[in-house]
Design a protein around this ligand. Structure first.
Ligand code: ADP
Ligand code: MG
Length: 703
C-alpha cells in the first residue's frame, strides 16, 4: 500500500479546497472556515473560478494554477464536476482527495464513482469517500470537514462509514469526555477502505486505538489481513446485524452488509474487539486507548461500597472474567488498610470509611502483587471524602508503584464532584466511568484484546496433502452431466481427497449389484437413493439403515426405488448407494457457505433434526486452524455435550477439530467451485475413536 500518499492525505502540509466559497451556508464555505478556525498550520489554497479571494485567502481558478505542491484536496463541487477536478488534481500531483460530494454509488451512480477511481489510480492519487464529512485531526489542528469543531482530544482514531454518525459522535465526545485524535469519514470507500486506514494508523504515532463504525465491507479478507497484523487495539461496532438493519445499511452506502455471525467470526479471527452498541464502543475505546492489555484473568476490585462491588462482580462474570478470591497473603496485607468489618477477599471492600490513604495503600500494594492482572477502583461519593482527592490518590499510587503493564479503570458514582474528578483522571490517562459495570466492561475489552493477540500468535497452519486435480475431475464430471450439485457419493469422494473420514460408499444400479456390494462391505449396511434431483434423501423415503441380510437388501432396494419415483416422478436416478453402517455417535454438522464479503466460511453446530430451529452454530472464515476449530467447539451452547454429559465419555474433540480444519482447507482450495456444502451428520465418537462423515453434500457455483 502506498503509505506516502496516505500520509499526504491524512497529514497534509497543504490543502486545496475545491469549491471554496464566500457564501455562508455552502459546504465549500464551511470547510475553509473550519480549516481557519481549527488553526490548521499548513497552507490553504481555496479554488474558486470566480472570486479572487475566499475568506481573506488568495484563491485560484484551478489546482493547476497553484504554484506550490498540494498534498491533499477537499472536493465540495457538485458530482457532475468531480471527474474533471479529479483529473486536474491528478495532473497537479495531489496526494489524496477528500471527496465530500455525494451523488455516487450510494444513489446508484456506480459508473461515475468507478470513473473517478480510475482517473485517480492513473495518477497514483488516493481517494477518501466520496459522500463523506471529511477528516478532523487534533494532532494536525486540521478540521478538513463540514463538522462543527475538532473532537475532544484523545488518543483514539475513529473511522466511520456513516457521515451523519461521525458528526453526532464529534459533538458527543465533549459531553462524554472521551477523546479522539482523529475522526475520519470514509463513506462509499471507493478507494480507501477500513483496511487501508488500519494499515496507515498502525504507523501513526498519535493513535493508540483504532475505533471502527462499520456498515459493511466490500472485501472482508483484506480487512482480516490488515487487522491481524495491527500493532494496536482495534474495536469495531458493526451495524445492520438484524435482517431489517441489514437492508437499511445496504441502501445507505451501497455496500452489502453480511451476516452478523460471519462478521463476528471475522472479528474474532482478526483480533478485533467488538462493541455491542454505540455507548459500548465509546466506553471500550476509552479503556483501549489509555491502558495496556490485561494479561491474565485476575481482576481485583477495590471499593468503598458493597453495592457497587456486587454490580461490578456481576459485570465481571458477565464479561467472561469471573472474580476469584485474592490469595491469602494479599488479603492479609490488604486487611491492614481497612476497618475490622471490611473485606479483603475480592471485591476488596474498604468500607464507607475509606479515605484517600486506604485507597492509596491498597492500590499501590495490589498493583505490584504478581497475582493481580488488573484493578478496577470503585468509589461512591460520601460526605467525608472528596472525589478529587481520591482521584489524585489513585494516580499517585499508580505512578509510585512503577507498574506500567497492568491496566486500571475507575468508576465514581456520585454527582458533579465525581464528574470533575473523573475528567481529571481521564486527562491523566486513567479511564473512568460513571457506572461500575461499565468500568468492568472496559477492563474486559483490555482482556479480550490480550487474549486475541495471544491467539494470533498461534500458527495458521492448515495446509495438508491433497490432490487438487482429483477433486476438480469429480466436479467437472458432474458439470459435464449438466448438474450444479454433486451426489452424496461424489461429494464423499471430494471430501476424502482432503482427508475427511467418510463412510465407504458404492453405487449399485441393480438389485444384484446391491447384494454383491453389501456382502463386500459387510452387514449391516445403509442404503440411500442417489439422485441429483433429491437433495434431502430422508424426505423422499430414500434412506434405509441397519440392513442386516440379503433379503432385506432386496426389499430395501425396491422400496427406495418406489419411494423415489413417488416423491418425484421425473427424478434422474443414478442408483442406490450401499454404505457401511457407522456405529452410533454424537451427531454434529459441518458446513460451508461462500460468503459474499468474506468468501469461503465454515460452520459448525450440533447436528440432528433441530439444527435449523436451535441455530446453535458458529462460524469461521476459512482457513480455520486446529486451534481456532477447537474454539469453535467451545462456542456453541451445546458445547458440554461434546465434553460428555450424564456419564458419557468425552467425545473425540481433537479429531473433530482436525476435521474442521481439513474441511476448511477443502472449501478454500475449491473456492471457485463450491458454493455451499455440508456434512450432516458427522458422527463423533469417544476420545481416541475419531469421527465419521455419513452424509455429504456439495452445491457447485454456477458457471
Ligand atoms: P439426508 O440428510 O439426505 O436425509 P442422510 O444420509 O443424512 O440423509 O441420512 C439420514 C440419517 O440416517 C442420518 O442423519 C443418520 O442418522 C443416518 N445415517 C445415514 N447414513 C448412515 C450411515 N452410513 N451409518 C449410520 N447412520 C447413517
Ligand atoms: Mg443428512
Amino acid at each position: 500500500m502506498d503509505l506516502k500518499q496516505m500520509n499526504r492525505l491524512f497529514k497534509p502540509q497543504s490543502i486545496a479546497v475545491v469549491g471554496a466559497s464566500n457564501q455562508v451556508g455552502k459546504i465549500g464555505h464551511t470547510v475553509v472556515k473550519n480549516l481557519l478556525e481549527s488553526q490548521y498550520d499548513g497552507k490553504i489554497y481555496p479554488i474558486n473560478p470566480k472570486d479572487a479571494e475566499v475568506q481573506g485567502l488568495k484563491a485560484y481558478k484551478s489546482v493547476l494554477e497553484v504554484p506550490e505542491d498540494i498534498d491533499s484536496a477537499v472536493i465540495t463541487v457538485p458530482a457532475s464536476l468531480v471527474e474533471q477536478v479529479v483529473e486536474e488534481c491528478g495532473k497537479k500531483g495531489v496526494g489524496g482527495l477528500i471527496i465530500i460530494t455525494s451523488g455516487f454509488s450510494e444513489v446508484g451512480n456506480r459508473d461515475l464513482e468507478n470513473r473517478i477511481v480510475e482517473i485517480a489510480r492513473r495518477y497514483g492519487t488516493r481517494i477518501q469517500g466520496p459522500n463523506i464529512v471529511g477528516t478532523m485531526s487534533n494532532s494536525n489542528k486540521m478540521n478538513a470537514s463540514f463538522g462543527p469543531f475538532l473532537p475532544f482530544p484523545g488518543k483514539a482514531t475513529l473511522i466511520s462509514q456513516s457521515g451523519a454518525l461521525l458528526l453526532a459522535i464529534d459533538a458527543s465526545t465533549y459531553t462524554r469526555g472521551i477523546g479522539f485524535d482523529k475522526l475520519i469519514s470514509i463513506g462509499n470507500m471507493s478507494d480507501i477502505d477500513f483496511a487501508d486506514c488500519i494499515d496507515w494508523l498502525n504507523e501513526d504515532e498519535d493513535t493508540t486505538c483504532i475505533t471502527l463504525y462499520i456498515e459493511g465491507f466490500k472485501d472482508g479478507r483484506k480487512f482480516i489481513e490488515s487487522s491481524r497484523v495491527a500493532k494496536k487495539p482495534i474495536i469495531a461496532l458493526k451495524s445492520g446485524v438484524s435482517a431489517h438493519g441489514a437492508a437499511a445499511a445496504a441502501s445507505h452506502t451501497g455496500s452489502l452488509a453480511g451476516a452478523a455471525k460471519v462478521y463476528g467470526a471475522a472479528f474474532q479471527q482478526s483480533g478485533v474487539v467488538q462493541a455491542s452498541d454505540l455507548d459500548n464502543l465509546f466506553n471500550r475505546t476509552l479503556a483501549l486507548s489509555l491502558q495496556p492489555p490485561m494479561k491474565g484473568d485476575n481482576l481485583l476490585i477495590i471499593t468503598n461500597g458493597g453495592g457497587v462491588g456486587v454490580l461490578a462482580t456481576d459485570a465481571a462474570e458477565h464479561s467472561g472474567m469471573p472474580l476469584r478470591f485474592a490469595p491469602p497473603e494479599l488479603q492479609t496485607e490488604l486487611k491492614k488498610h481497612m476497618p475490622e468489618f471490611g473485606s479483603a477477599k475480592n471485591p476488596v471492600d474498604l468500607t464507607g470509611m475509606a479515605g484517600l490513604e486506604w485507597y492509596y495503600d491498597s492500590i499501590r500494594y495490589s498493583f505490584t502483587h504478581p497475582w493481580v492482572d488488573g484493578i478496577c477502583v470503585l468509589y461512591c461519593e460520601t460526605a467525608m471524602t472528596d472525589p478529587m482527592e481520591i482521584a489524585r490518590g489513585v494516580k499517585q499510587a499508580l505512578d509510585e508503584s512503577g507498574v506500567k503493564d497492568k491496566p486500571i479503570a475507575v468508576s465514581m458514582v456520585g454527582g458533579e464532584r465525581c464528574t470533575k474528578a473523573m475528567r481529571w483522571l481521564v486527562d491523566n490517562g486513567i479511564p473512568s466511568y460513571g457506572a461500575p459495570d461499565t468500568a468492568v466492561n472496559g477492563m474486559a475489552a483490555l482482556r479480550e484484546y490480550y487474549r486475541m493477540q495471544a491467539m494470533l500468535k498461534e500458527p495458521l497452519e492448515t495446509r495438508r496433502e491433497f490432490d487438487h486435480e482429483a477433486a476438480i475431475k469429480i466436479i467437472e464430471h458432474a458439470r459435464a452431466d449438466g448438474r450444479d450439485s454433486l451426489t452424496e457419493i461424489e461429494a464423499k469422494q471430494v471430501f476424502s481427497v482432503y482427508g475427511l473420514n467418510v463412510t465407504a460408499t458404492h453405487l449399485a444400479t441393480t438389485e444384484e449389484e446391491a447384494v454383491q456390494l453389501s456382502t463386500k462391505i459387510g452387514y449391516p449396511v445403509v442404503m440411500k437413493i442417489v439422485s441429483p434431483d433429491i437433495l434431502h434423501k430422508s424426505d423422499a423415503g430414500g434412506v434405509k439403515v441397519n440392513i442386516k441380510d440379503e433379503a432385506a437388501v432386496r426389499d430395501a432396494f425396491r422400496t427406495i426405488m418406489t419411494n423415489a419415483k413417488a416423491y418425484r416422478a421425473d427424478a434422474r436416478i443414478h442408483g442406490i448407494a450401499i454404505q457401511e453402517m457407522a456405529p452410533w455417535g454424537t451427531e454434529v454438522i459441518l458446513g460451508s457457505v461462500n460468503d459474499p464479503t468474506f468468501g469461503p466460511t465454515m460452520m459448525f453446530g450440533l447436528g440432528g433434526i433441530f439444527v435449523e430451529v436451535l441455530k446453535d452454530v458458529t462460524f469461521r472464515v476459512a482457513p480455520v486452524s486446529c486451534g481456532q476449530a477447537e474454539r469453535m467447539l467451545g462456542e456453541i451452547r451445546g458445547a458440554p455435550i461434546l465434553m460428555g454429559v450424564r456419564g458419557e465419555k468425552p467425545r473425540d474433540r481433537q479429531a473433530l477439530a482436525e476435521t474442521i480444519c481439513a474441511y476448511s482447507t477443502m472449501i478454500l482450495d475449491l473456492a471457485d467451485e463450491i458454493s455451499e456444502s455440508d456434512a450432516n451428520p458427522v458422527l463423533v465418537y469417544e476420545e481416541g475413536k475419531g469421527v465419521k462423515v455419513v452424509d455429504a453434500r456439495i452445491i457447485l457455483k454456477k458457471k
